[in-house]
Ligand binder design. Structure first.
Ligand code: FES
Length: 130
């Protein structure tokens, strides 16, 4: 069992923003085929900013803590800022993850980025583009 620090334990035991957004503006899913963990992020966008962020994660403690932290960090960011959020930023905010759990932090940022891409694609489709 890897040793999680207090911050990680807190976000694992009391994850923020768990759930699904009905009528989400964008949905992003990311999984890790090796461990089988899955994350789905839902976003609401207003004035080019992330107005709401929720997630559902089936995964290890680190994956849950990462999702929780990503959702907190991303809320209120502009879409461009959120696209620049890196796994290292997230792991840093969690004050570090055990080495063998660093891959879990990749999923969070990736799933969020997928949700933003999904939103942008839908906007383009609405505008009649491709
Ligand atoms: Fe795979 Fe954590 S063990 S995401």
């Amino acid at each position: 069992m890897p040793a999680y620090n207090e911050k990680v334990m807190d976000h694992f035991m009391n994850p923020r923003n768990v759930g699904e957004i009905k009528n989400a503006d964008g949905v992003g899913e990311e999984g890790n085929p090796v461990c089988g963990d899955m994350m789905t992020f839902y976003i609401k966008v207003k004035d080019n900013k992330l107005d709401d962020v929720k997630f559902k994660t089936f995964g290890c403690g680190a994956a849950i803590a990462v999702s929780s932290m990503v959702s907190e960090m991303a809320k209120g960011m502009t879409l461009d800022e959120a696209m620049k959020l890196t796994p290292a930023d997230v792991a840093g905010k969690l004050e570090g993850l055990p080495k063998n759990k660093l891959h879990c932090s990749n999923l969070g940022a990736q799933a969020l980025h997928e949700a933003i891409k999904d939103y942008r694609n839908k906007q383009k489709a609405k505008a009649g583009g491709k």
